[in-house]
Ligand binder design. Structure first.
Ligand SMILES: Cc1cc2nc3c(=O)[nH]c(=O)nc-3n(C[C@H](O)[C@H](O)[C@H](O)COP(=O)(O)O)c2cc1C
Length: 186
């Protein structure tokens, strides 16, 4: 069992994970990339299918081209590193769950090294653009891009705090039953 201090530090690390979309230009060291990919590789998946591959991109022109693809990935234009998740495209529902687990673990592994990360999604048309830029077969699913780099805290502080708040637990947690037993199900 972890001692109280270690547990507190781990919980603070997990709770503190936030999206980073503003980056300093410093490159992400290869050792960090290796750790991120190693943690990603060990992500659990439905039936242990491991339905993923990764395209790791450092080239500035490619990052800019991906950022311009139809979707919500504009922050990749100024990131020193991008990872495109390439999903097998065989089991849509399971793979979308697996993709979420994978994304979060990539972010956490990066954060363990003090490297920030921001998820972005391509729209279907943007995903086709990405496939053609990167040479990904059409039958694969491409949806998620993760931009990585050291956070530019000055620029982060300046952006609107849209995602700052979280709902209080009192709104989210139900003890034993969702509704009291004497209420009809809506
Ligand atoms: C499934 C999923 C898709 C997301 N897509 C995008 C996106 O397309 N562009 C983007 O900037 N952020 C995207 N995000 C990041 C969320 O906007 C972010 O997690 C949320 O605003 C909370 O921000 P915070 O962690 O900084 O509080 C996505 C996150 C998830 C889980």
């Amino acid at each position: 069992m972890a001692d109280e201090q270690t547990a507190r530090e781990r919980i603070a690390f997990l709770r503190g994970l936030r999206a980073v979309r503003e980056f300093r230009p410093n490159p992400v060291p290869q050792k960090v990339i290796d750790d991120v990919l190693e943690v990603a590789r060990w992500t659990g998946s439905a039936v242990n299918r491991q339905p993923w591959e990764f395209v790791v991109i450092r080239d500035r022109d490619t990052l800019r081209a991906l950022a311009a693809a139809d979707g919500f990935v504009g922050h990749m234009a100024d990131a020193p590193l991008g990872i495109i998740l390439v999903m097998a495209g065989d089991h849509a529902a399971q793979e979308s769950f697996d993709e979420g687990r994978l994304s979060e673990r990539i972010m956490l592994a990066a954060a363990a090294h003090g490297v920030g990360a921001g998820i972005g999604w391509f729209k279907p048309a943007g995903a086709e653009t990405v496939k053609s830029i990167l040479g990904i077969p059409r039958h694969r699913t491409v949806r998620t891009a993760i931009a990585l780099g050291y956070a530019d805290e000055g620029a982060r502080g300046a952006r609107p705090k849209r995602g700052q708040a979280r709902k209080p637990l009192a709104e989210l947690v139900h003890a034993e039953r969702y509704a009291s037993a004497d209420l009809p199900v809506a």
